[in-house]
Write a protein that binds this ligand. Structure first.
Ligand SMILES: [Zn+2]
Ligand SMILES: [Zn+2]
Ligand SMILES: [Zn+2]
Length: 238
């Protein structure tokens, strides 16, 4: 298998296997620091919902990886051409963006945008953003990775992506359907999510202080989708 350089940072992406719809498996290239997935043509439509649950587990395992915003422009890992931003609408999750190669080599999606496409992430209403802003000031854009101050902005000022959270109900339904598991109900509203994020950020900065003395410049930015996955982690255990 040919190595795939990340369209954003150029590092070799990690290859992971996921269940394919109907049968077989699909190999996806993932960059955890950029939170991006490269799909060779048609790969994204082929990943089975059960495979998406595995993707959640993988994201949860990498929850403490260092994150970085996307580069501009992004380059196709196959031909090195600039990737073009595309916009689409998912019946399940709303508007999402991706970056595609004009020569049809494939497309690059962030985890957040991919989950909107698959209906696992929903966009927050203005009132919900205000409730969350009272607890968490700055969140990471699920489109481009830039920090967004949700006390002032209700969408990303750079890439226009909406503020979105993991939808626990959608995840539970998928779990029930594809693992035939008895699933416990969780009701995660935005205020509970806000509290959970604050606790997680506190834990993270405590861990950072314990580990490194020279990391004091790091901005604490809440990751709404990553935190949602953390909240659901007990559902995601095998
Ligand atoms: Zn990368
Ligand atoms: Zn290309
Ligand atoms: Zn953005």
């Amino acid at each position: 298998m040919t190595p795939t350089p990340c369209p954003s940072c150029g590092q070799t992406m990690a290859k992971h296997r996921f269940a394919r719809q109907l049968h077989g498996e699909v190999v996806l290239d993932i960059c955890f620091p950029c939170q991006g997935i490269w799909f060779d043509e048609f790969e994204s439509v082929q990943i089975a919902p059960g495979g998406i649950i595995d993707l959640f587990k993988l994201l949860h395992q990498h929850r403490d990886d260092l994150r970085q915003p996307l580069a501009e422009p992004l380059h196709c890992p196959r031909c090195r051409d600039r990737l073009l931003q595309g916009l689409d609408v998912s019946k399940l999750g709303g508007r999402f963006n991706y970056h595609r190669c004009l020569q049809k080599h494939g497309r690059f999606s962030t985890f957040g945008q991919f989950m909107i496409e698959k209906g696992f992430v929903r966009q927050l209403a203005p009132l919900e953003i205000e409730a969350l802003a009272a607890r968490v000031g700055i969140v990471r854009c699920n489109g481009c990775g830039a920090p967004i101050d949700i006390r002032h902005d209700h969408a990303c000022p750079h890439c226009k992506a909406a503020i979105a959270v993991l939808d626990p109900q959608a995840v539970e339904q998928a779990l029930a359907r594809y693992q035939q598991a008895e699933v416990k109900r969780t009701t995660v509203d935005v205020e509970a999510l806000g509290d959970a994020i604050v606790m997680r950020e506190r834990e993270k900065s405590r861990a950072r202080r314990a580990n490194t003395a020279n990391d004091i410049g790091t901005l604490d930015v809440a990751d709404l989708i990553g935190s949602g996955i953390s909240l659901l982690s007990r559902l995601l255990r095998d």
